[in-house]
Design a protein. Structure first.
Lengths: 206, 313
C-alpha cells in the first residue's frame, strides 16, 4: 500500500476514535481472520468507518465496505477516500442506469477472498426500527453458503452526525458483534431476512 | 528549583505507595485467589494499574509546564463532556448546542485559563454560555422536553468543563511569598481528593458494614467515609508544607475538599442512577469512565480555588 492512503487510513480511524471512542464489543464471536460478511444497521455515513475502526488492523486489511456508488463517487475527496483509503466495493443502486448487477460485484469480491461490511437496509435509517432488508444478502448467502454472516449493532452514531447536519459532535459509540450465522438448509428468503434482522436487534443495548 | 524538588518528592512518594499497592495486589492474586479470576481482587489490580498510568500522565503534564497542564485538563474535560452527553437524553434539536459546547465553549474556557483572564474565566460559562445554550436549542424549534434538555446540556458543561477547568486555573493565582509554586496547589488538591477516594474504598472494603447512602451509592459505607476522610485530612495536614496554608490551615482546607468530594460523588451517583447506568464510561480500566474518577474533583476544585483565592491572595 502506498504511503498517503496508509496515513489517511490512520487519520480516519484516529478521528473516529477521538470522536466516538469506537468501542468494539465482541459478544458472539472474537476477531478472527475467517472470511466474513459483517451486516449492520445503517444510520449514518460513518457506519462502516466505525466498524472498520473497531476491527484489529490485520482484519481491517482484509475487509472492504460495500458502498453506494451514487454517494461515494459524487465528490473528489469522497471518491479518493472510498477507492484508495477505505478500499470500498462500489455498487450502483440505480436499477435503470447500472451496467453491473450489485450481487455480481459482491460475489466477485468474495471470490477474491475479501471479508465485507454490508448494510442490508440499503439506505440510512432515521427511524427507531430497522427498515425491511434488501434481498441481496440472501442471494449472496445462497451462492457462498460457507461465508460467515456476523450481525453487528451500531450504537449511537446517528447522534454524532444526524442526517442533514454537517458538523459531527463527539459522543461515545460502540459496535457489538454477535454470533456468526449462515443460510440454513431449505430456509426461504423471507424467513432468512427476518432472522438476520432479529439477530441485529438482539444486540441492541437495553 | 525548590518547586521541582518538592514536586519530585511528591511523585517519588506516590511511586512508593503504588509500588506497595502493586505488591499487595500481586500477593492477594497469587495467594488468596490462587491465580483464579476473582472480581474484587482483579478490579483492585486493574485500578492500581490505571493509577500508575494516571500518575505518569499527570507527572508528565506537571514536568512539561503550565501549557501542557492546561492542555491536559482540556483533554480531560473533552473526555468527561463526551461521557456526560453520551448518556444525556438529548434530541436532534440539540445538535447545534452540542457542537457549540464541544468546539467553542471548551476551547475558549481553557484559553481563558491559559491567558489568565480571571474575570471572564469566572463568568464565561455561568453567564454567557448558560444563556447561549438554550438560545441555540430554541433556534431549532424543537419544544419536546425543552427545559429538561437545556438543563442537561448546561449541567454537562458545568461539571465537565467549568468545574474541571478550576484545577489548572489554580496556576493563575498570585499568592504573596508563594510565587512560581502554584503547581503544588494542583498536586495538593489532586492528592487529597484522590487519596480520600482511595482510602474510603480501602477502609470500606476492610471494615465497612453500614451503608451511608444505600440508594445512591451502595458501595459507600460509614467506616469507609470516616476512616477515608480522617486519613485524607491527615495527609492534607502532612502536605501543609507544600502549601501557603500552614499545617492547621491545610488540614481545614483538606476537610472542605474531602467533604465536597464525597458530596460530589453522591450527586454524580444520583445522576448515574437517574440515567440508568453504573459507570460513566469504560475509558479507565477498573474505575469506569473519566467522570467516575473525577466526580469528586469536579465538586472540590471550584471551592478549593475560591477559598484559596479569597483567603490567600
Amino acid at each position: 500500500m502506498r504511503l498517503l492512503p496508509q496515513l489517511l487510513g490512520k487519520a480516519v480511524t484516529g478521528l473516529m476514535r477521538l470522536l466516538t471512542g469506537a468501542q468494539a464489543r465482541w459478544v458472539g464471536c472474537g476477531p478472527a481472520p475467517t472470511q466474513r460478511i459483517y451486516f449492520a444497521n445503517h444510520t449514518s455515513h460513518g457506519d462502516f468507518v466505525l466498524i472498520w475502526t473497531c476491527l484489529p488492523p490485520s482484519l481491517r486489511a482484509m475487509t472492504r465496505p460495500v458502498a453506494g456508488a451514487d454517494y461515494w463517487l459524487a465528490g473528489g475527496l469522497r471518491r479518493y477516500l472510498i477507492t484508495n483509503v477505505l478500499n470500498g466495493v462500489l455498487i450502483d443502486r440505480d436499477k435503470a442506469t447500472r451496467t453491473r448487477d450489485p450481487i455480481e460485484v459482491i460475489l466477485a469480491a468474495l471470490g477474491e477472498g475479501w471479508s465485507l461490511i454490508v448494510f442490508p437496509e440499503g439506505t440510512r435509517n432515521v427511524g427507531a426500527e430497522l427498515l425491511p432488508f434488501r434481498s441481496g444478502i440472501y442471494h449472496v448467502a445462497r451462492q457462498r453458503p460457507e461465508v460467515e454472516l456476523v450481525p453487528v449493532w451500531i450504537d449511537n452514531l446517528n447522534r454524532v452526525l444526524p442526517k442533514g447536519d454537517v458538523l459531527p459532535v463527539p459522543l461515545l459509540c460502540s459496535a457489538t458483534f454477535g454470533t456468526p450465522t449462515r443460510l440454513r438448509e431449505g430456509e426461504g428468503k423471507d424467513a432468512f431476512l427476518a432472522r438476520l434482522c432479529r439477530a441485529i436487534l438482539a444486540l441492541r443495548p437495553a | 528549583m525548590i518547586i521541582q524538588r518538592e514536586a519530585v518528592l511528591l511523585f517519588a512518594g506516590l511511586a512508593v505507595v503504588l509500588a506497595v499497592a502493586t505488591a499487595i495486589g500481586w500477593t492477594l492474586k497469587r495467594f488468596l485467589a490462587e491465580g483464579a479470576p476473582h472480581p474484587t481482587i482483579d478490579n483492585l489490580n486493574a485500578r492500581i494499574n490505571a493509577w500508575w498510568v494516571m500518575v505518569v500522565v499527570i507527572g508528565l503534564g506537571a514536568a512539561l509546564g503550565r501549557t501542557a497542564l492546561v492542555v491536559l485538563f482540556a483533554l480531560v474535560s473533552f473526555f468527561a463532556l463526551r461521557e456526560f452527553l453520551t448518556l444525556a437524553p438529548t434530541r436532534r434539536g440539540d445538535h447545534l448546542a452540542l457542537s457549540f459546547a464541544f468546539f467553542f465553549v471548551l476551547p475558549v474556557q481553557y484559553y481563558l485559563v491559559a491567558i489568565e483572564w480571571y474575570g471572564l474565566f469566572a463568568i464565561f460559562v455561568p453567564v454567557y454560555v448558560f444563556l447561549a445554550l438554550p438560545i441555540l436549542a430554541a433556534l431549532r424549534s424543537d419544544i419536546t422536553r425543552f427545559l429538561e434538555r437545556t438543563a442537561v446540556v448546561q449541567w454537562g458543561v458545568m461539571i465537565s468543563v467549568y468545574c474541571i477547568s478550576h484545577v489548572p486555573a489554580l496556576l493563575m493565582l498570585q499568592i504573596p511569598r508563594y510565587e512560581g509554586r502554584s503547581l503544588l496547589l494542583v498536586l495538593f488538591l489532586l492528592a487529597v481528593v484522590q487519596a480520600s477516594d482511595v482510602l474510603q474504598y480501602v477502609c470500606g472494603k476492610l471494615f465497612g458494614r453500614r451503608k451511608v447512602a444505600p440508594q445512591l451509592s451502595p458501595s459507600k459505607t460509614l467506616a469507609g467515609l470516616v476512616g477515608g476522610a480522617a486519613s485524607a485530612i491527615a495527609l492534607g495536614a502532612a502536605l501543609g508544607r507544600l502549601t501557603p496554608f500552614g499545617v492547621v490551615g491545610a488540614a481545614g482546607i483538606a476537610a472542605v475538599i474531602v467533604a465536597m468530594g464525597f458530596l460530589g460523588g453522591l450527586v454524580m451517583s444520583a445522576i448515574k442512577r437517574d440515567l440508568g447506568v453504573k459507570d460513566w464510561g469504560a475509558m479507565i480500566e477498573g474505575h469506569g469512565g473519566m467522570l467516575d474518577r473525577l466526580d469528586s474533583v469536579c465538586f472540590a476544585a471550584p471551592v478549593f480555588f475560591h477559598l484559596t483565592r479569597y483567603f490567600y491572595t
